[in-house]
Ligand binder design. Structure first.
Ligand SMILES: *Cc1c(COP(=O)(O)O)cnc(C)c1O
Length: 360
């Protein structure tokens, strides 16, 4: 049995230790005589799983008591609608558009009220994060929205925008649990878990309690109200039980690894290996401004489409998979999430060096 080095942007690599534990428990979870896939979400066994997952996540992120943790379905994309439906009381929201995911969220919000694009980096294919120190924030804005780490383009906010007192909402899908985050600076932090945390099919929304009310836009479906899920502790209807279980295992793994401070160190070390090589290479170049480089998603190109394709093909054959870049950027992208070991990045760089030598 051999495993590849998986650089997929999502669904993505999971810790091997976690996969093995799941394998051991698949027929009989903790003496229950059932797999987690088979048990009632109302059972005591499952109740322990979801409660423990939430407690471990709260512990890892130091989530303040006045925030609810919600395990929701519909992926990160459903939040693009849920956020305006629950928060747009004045029907105005400010969006900073730094990539496709932020743009989709902005376009969705425009269906429910006045969505204002207060900054964008689309002029240079989203290769940087705009200066957000003094933006034209609307007086009436219900919130300011950002996508923290731009999965496709490989940029990340190193500093949060100055929202001039307005609530900040952030999509953290591709940097979730990659480093410490001060939740108290946000109204809502949410992320699809399939990038850095678990299997596909769930989003975790961390929502400040005062925003969880019945005062939502008219016509908001029951399932789209934060209050529905908050009141039922994420068990209003059948949740993604399997995903909650696996995420819970990943939270335990993260704690064992030393928590988010340790993860940050681990991720900085990995990213530096790759970025240092890109900065020294004659053939491979990073595509974003250095100051805005993501620790999680690293796009790079050779400048020659045929050579890019040759690289992706040979890399795949050598066991480095899912390196093809997003269609809008081209070239390559290495996603190096928490579960990617340092040795995976070291070996990738060694392979890139060899490829450069052979294709000069
Ligand atoms: C992948 C991704 C999404 C979309 O996630 P889905 O769960 O597929 O809806 C949204 N935002 C970011 C930043 C992402 O990386």
């Amino acid at each position: 049995m051999s495993r590849v080095y998986n650089f997929s942007a999502g669904p993505a690599v999971l810790p091997e230790e976690v996969l093995k534990e799941i394998q051991e428990e698949i027929f009989d979870y903790n003496g229950s005589g059932q797999s987690v896939m088979e048990m009632s979400h109302r059972s005591k066994v499952f109740d322990d799983i979801i409660k423990e997952a939430e407690a471990d996540l709260r512990d890892l992120m130091h989530i303040p008591d006045n925030y609810k943790v919600l395990f929701l379905q519909g992926g990160a994309s459903l939040q693009f609608a849920m956020i305006p439906m629950n928060l747009m009381k004045n029907k105005v929201a400010d969006y900073i558009v730094t990539g496709q995911w932020a743009k989709k969220a902005y376009q969705e919000a425009a269906k429910y009220g006045k969505a204002v694009k207060i900054a964008s980096s689309e002029d240079k294919t989203f290769s940087y994060i705009p200066d957000c120190s003094d933006l034209p924030i609307d007086d009436d804005a219900d919130y300011v929205y950002i996508c923290m780490n731009n999965t496709i383009y490989g940029t990340v906010y190193k500093e949060l925008p100055n929202t001039k007192g307005k609530d900040l909402v952030a999509d953290v899908s591709s940097c979730f649990l990659s480093e410490p985050l001060d939740v108290s600076k946000f109204a809502i932090v949410y992320g699809g878990v399939q990038k850095n945390v678990g299997p596909a099919g769930m989003v975790i929304a961390i929502v400040r309690e005062d925003l969880i009310t019945d005062d939502v836009l008219e016509g908001t479906p029951t399932m789209m109200k934060y209050k529905t899920h908050a009141d039922a502790d994420s068990l209003y209807n059948t949740p993604n039980c399997w995903c909650i279980y696996v995420c819970g295992k990943v939270f335990k793994w993260l704690k064992k690894m030393g928590g988010l401070e340790a993860m940050k160190e681990h991720n900085e070390k990995k990213a530096a290996i790759l970025y240092d090589f890109l900065d020294s290479s004659e053939m491979f170049k990073g595509t974003v401004e250095k100051k805005d480089r993501s620790l999680m998603n690293v796009p790079f190109v050779t400048g020659d489409k045929d050579l890019d394709a040759k690289f992706v093909k040979e890399a795949t054959e050598a066991g480095f998979v899912n390196l093809k870049g997003h269609r809008t950027v081209g070239g390559m992208r290495a996603s190096i999430y928490n579960a990617m070991p340092i040795e995976g990045v070291e070996k990738l760089v060694a392979f890139m060096k060899k490829f450069e030598e052979e294709n000069k």
